[in-house]
Design a protein around this ligand. Structure first.
Ligand code: PMP
Length: 483
């Protein structure tokens, strides 16, 4: 259950700094016509976005038509790792369009070959087959299908279990949503596949027992044995945090998967392409999965996703039976090639790693100043999050998180709407090209927004159902999540 932002134009103080410029009401009155058209013609589910109508975006900036400029901390939901409209990416798209080839689907292209080779080059040893798709959800669906087929091949029709994690997010299609762990989002499925189950995610804050036993117990409780499990699908970090699992936990998980011939997939749709200070997020764990799902930052722009994996898993389906109409669209491939090249040659992973302490210390400072509001902060590379809580208790405060994001965009700092299982996470994900002083300026704005004494006074209207044992909102209310 997300929340709409008020679209009434607000008179806000003018801002004019190196990185931000707010010189009109927000949203601008002339943008209301667009916002209202969207409300009229799009489904309700598309509301809940900050009401800033983008005219253009460049590197770390988002501009509207009316002279306002935001410092972007969204990367368009963790997409533009190489910066918005990176010149190299733009040039590659334009050149590809001008070359005369913008679609070819079931026929080979040089662009598809070049991108597949490039991705194999950045993938770990042993994972050298690349299947290009369009969305992250599709990549996860494909990984589930490959895992199950592999399970059936090795262990018969009883080896079909897929384990995801509570509060995990892998997309909104049937398989990806079931593998995810937002109970409230799955009610439409009704006949959930009994062989898709969730284990607790050992984030260390909401789930304090971080031992691997929690995983083993969860599958046992659901009546599964390792011999019935075909695959485990894990976000390398859970987007709702960002939350990493303990290294030891993941090493045990990888060992367990290997021992029982279970396909281990890391969903790197958010974590990949240098976001966390390493090229792949799973490098933090020192383990290699069997399959990697990619999306978002792969192209820093146009829609493209990929499954990267071991040949014996990827080659299970015969010619013509694992394809998709927009597989390897040449324009998207050109964009992705340029984006990956930029991320690698400019070593944006190292840059994100260098800025990690700045972001972490900035968020910790805000937490120290306001522990009753900021319950927990996590940062890895250039992705961070603050868990907004009520009165210093471990109780999510979605309303306040929403207010903080709103106050920030009124001040020229743009974040997407809060995420998290209960809508309590203020999430930070700037383009990896952000300079240090821009990051610091953003932190100062965020601190102002969090510390504003007028905040926290609005009643929480949709988080009343609390689970008696955990004190958290009941599991079936987990419905808010990443866009
Ligand atoms: N996996 C993860 C980790 C994601 O964050 C998302 C989207 N936020 C998806 C999968 C689904 O990607 P898409 O929206 O492109 O289908």
């Amino acid at each position: 259950m997300g929340k709409e932002f008020d679209i009434t134009p607000q008179t806000v103080p003018h801002v004019e700094t190196r990185y931000r410029r707010i010189v009109t009401q927000v949203p601008h009155p002339e943008s209301l016509a667009t916002l209202e058209r969207l409300r009229q013609f799009e489904p309700l589910s598309m509301r809940g976005q900050p009401p800033i109508v983008w005219e253009r975006a460049e590197d770390i900036f988002v501009f509207d038509k009316h002279g306002n400029r935001w410092l972007d901390w969204s990367s368009g939901v963790v997409v533009t790792n190489a910066g918005h409209g990176a010149p190299e990416v733009k040039r590659a798209i334009i050149d590809q369009v001008n070359s005369g080839l913008i679609h070819n689907y079931v026929f080979p292209s040089e662009e598809r070959a070049a991108l597949a080779e490039c991705l194999a080059g950045v993938a770990p040893d042993g994972l050298k087959k690349i299947f290009l798709l369009t969305t992250g959800s599709e990549a996860v669906e494909c990984a589930i299908k490959l895992s199950r087929a592999h399970g059936i091949h090795g262990g018969g029709k009883k080896k079909i279990g897929i384990v995801g994690f509570e509060r995990g997010f892998h997309g909104r299609t049937m398989g990806s949503q079931q593998a995810g762990g937002m109970a409230g989002q799955k009610s439409w499925i009704v006949n959930e596949d009994p062989a898709i189950l969730n284990a607790p995610f050992p984030d260390g804050y909401w789930q304090t027992d971080t031992s691997f036993d929690t995983f083993l117990n969860a599958i046992k409780q659901r009546g599964f044995k390792p011999g019935n499990i075909a695959g485990v699908v894990m976000e390398t970090y859970q987007g709702v945090g960002p939350d990493f699992a303990p290294v030891e936990y993941v090493r045990q998980l990888a060992e367990w998967c290997k021992h029982h011939n279970i396909v281990l997939t890391f969903d790197e749709v958010q974590a990949g392409f240098a976001r966390t200070g390493k090229f792949w997020g799973f490098e933090h764990y020192g383990v290699t999965p069997d399959l990697i799902c990619c999306g978002k930052g792969i192209s820093s722009s146009l829609p493209l996703s990929a499954v990267i994996g071991r040949a014996e898993i990827m080659d299970q389906f015969p010619p013509g039976s694992m394809t998709s109409t927009h597989t390897g669209n040449p324009v998207c491939c050109a964009a992705a090639l340029a984006s990956v090249k930029k991320i690698v040659t400019e070593n944006l992973a190292a840059k994100a790693a260098r800025l990690e302490p700045v972001l972490l210390e900035g968020l910790k400072k805000i937490q120290r100043q306001h522990p009753e509001v900021v319950g927990h902060v996590t940062v890895r590379g250039l992705v961070g999050g603050m868990q907004i809580v009520k009165d210093g208790r471990k109780e999510p405060n979605a309303d306040l998180a929403h207010d903080i994001v709103e106050r920030c965009f009124q001040k020229g700092l743009l974040m997407f709407a809060p995420v998290g299982a209960w809508g309590q996470t203020v999430k930070i994900a700037p383009p990896l090209t952000i300079p240090r002083d821009a990051l610091e300026e953003g932190l100062a704005v965020l601190a102002e927004a969090v510390l504003d004494p007028g905040f926290g006074k609005k009643p929480a209207d949709h988080l009343t159902l609390v689970d008696g044992t955990t004190g958290l909102p009941a599991n079936d209310k987990m419905s808010h999540s990443i866009l």
